[in-house]
Write a protein that binds this ligand. Structure first.
Ligand code: SF4
Length: 211
């Protein structure tokens, strides 16, 4: 964590009582804003909190799928915690969502995703990561729309999983929904990041400081 950062949870003090989406406000237990290192080079973006992430208040924690993500973070050197830690000690990674409120019976609508987008855009602007990891089809489509020149319809998470897409300002390294990954999918993602991202100078394009 940056020496000036006081907390991993919602470090930018975003509105924890946001009421911009009426249906989600009525259904949610709590808003789950981003979590992690504000100086991160890697940003993981999912669609919306799972029931257990809503309970813990920390993205990608609290259930089997979250543990899979936390295991990946550990294998890549982004976390020093056990995969079942609900408040992991992370470095160089930030975890967040397209929409920060969960509806128990459905995924977010397009309108809710666009209503919540200013929070994500603000995090991206403040963190200025090098690599964005869209987690799942909805996150891939939303980020591909914003940061690539390809048609959104051409993106299929199962095809793009564990690859690098050169975007405008960022590189996207998509990952399938962890709840749908096999161990082989998980291994392919870890191997791609180690061998095709860490092994080259992914910082080159932005001229940021070395870490
Ligand atoms: S999903 Fe985002 S914009 Fe909508 S109420 Fe929750 S925090 Fe606010």
């Amino acid at each position: 964590m940056d020496a000036h950062q006081r907390q991993f949870r919602n470090p930018f003090s975003m509105d924890a009582d946001c009421t911009n989406c009426e249906a989600l406000c009525a259904a949610r237990e709590q808003v789950v804003h981003g979590y992690g290192d504000v100086g991160a080079e890697f940003l993981f973006v999912g669609e919306a909190p799972s029931a257990d992430a809503e309970r813990t208040g920390v993205p990608f924690t609290g259930d089997e799928a979250g543990e899979r993500v936390q295991r990946i973070l550990g294998e890549l050197g982004f976390s020093r915690s056990d995969p079942d830690d609900e408040e992991p000690d992370v470095q160089n990674v930030f975890l967040t969502y397209l929409t920060r409120c969960r509806h128990p019976e459905r995924g977010p609508t397009e309108n809710e995703i666009s209503t919540c987008e200013p929070f994500l855009n603000a995090e991206i602007r403040m963190i200025n990561p090098h690599i964005i990891v869209p987690v799942g089809q909805a996150a891939l489509e939303a980020l591909a729309f914003d940061y690539t020149t390809r048609s959104v319809d051409s993106f299929d998470i199962e095809v793009e999983h564990a690859t690098t897409i050169r975007g405008r300002g960022f590189e996207l390294v998509p990952m399938m929904d962890p709840a749908e990954q096999t161990d082989a999918d998980t291994e392919a993602f870890v191997e791609h990041v180690r061998e095709s991202v860490f092994a080259r100078d992914y910082r080159q394009t932005k001229g940021r400081r070395s870490r």
